[in-house]
Design a protein around this ligand. Structure first.
Ligand SMILES: [Fe+2]
Length: 119
C-alpha cells in the first residue's frame, strides 16, 4: 500500500477533495491562501477559476498537466495544454479558467492565492 506523505510540510491532516486529490491548507485567510495538493494519475481539478484571486502554482514533485480554457456562449474550449514538471511554476490570472490533472501518483503542487478565496 502506497502511503501519501503530505505531512513532511505540516502537522495538519490532509483533506480529500470530492474530485479525488488531497490537500493541506498551510495558510487560509482573506488575504492569502497557501495549499499543498497531492495528485494521482488521471485525477484532475476539473475546469474552474479562482474568482478575483491570482494564483501561482509550483510543482514540488512529479508532473501535472495544465489545461487552459476559453468560455464563450456557454461553451468551454481548450486553448492550451502544458505539462508542468517538478520545480516549474505556472500562474493563473483572476477569472481565467484552467484545470490541473495529475500525470503520476507522485505529483504534489504548492498553490498560492492572493487574495485568499474565502467568501
Ligand atoms: Fe486552480
Amino acid at each position: 500500500m502506497k502511503v501519501l506523505v503530505l505531512n513532511s510540510h505540516t502537522k495538519r491532516d490532509p483533506i480529500t477533495h470530492r474530485f479525488g486529490y488531497r490537500y493541506i491548507q498551510l495558510i487560509c485567510n482573506r488575504w492569502l491562501e497557501i495549499l499543498i495538493l497531492a495528485w494521482k494519475a488521471e485525477i484532475g481539478s476539473r475546469p474552474h477559476n479562482h474568482s478575483a484571486s491570482i494564483n501561482f502554482t509550483r510543482v514540488l514533485s512529479g508532473q501535472v498537466l495544465e489545461r487552459r480554457y476559453h468560455l464563450s456562449g456557454g461553451q468551454l474550449t481548450v486553448t492550451s495544454e502544458k505539462v508542468i514538471r517538478q520545480g516549474q511554476w505556472t500562474w493563473t490570472p483572476p477569472y481565467a479558467i484552467h484545470e490541473l490533472v495529475g500525470l503520476d501518483d507522485l505529483a504534489k503542487t504548492l498553490h498560492i492565492y492572493f487574495p485568499g478565496r474565502l467568501k
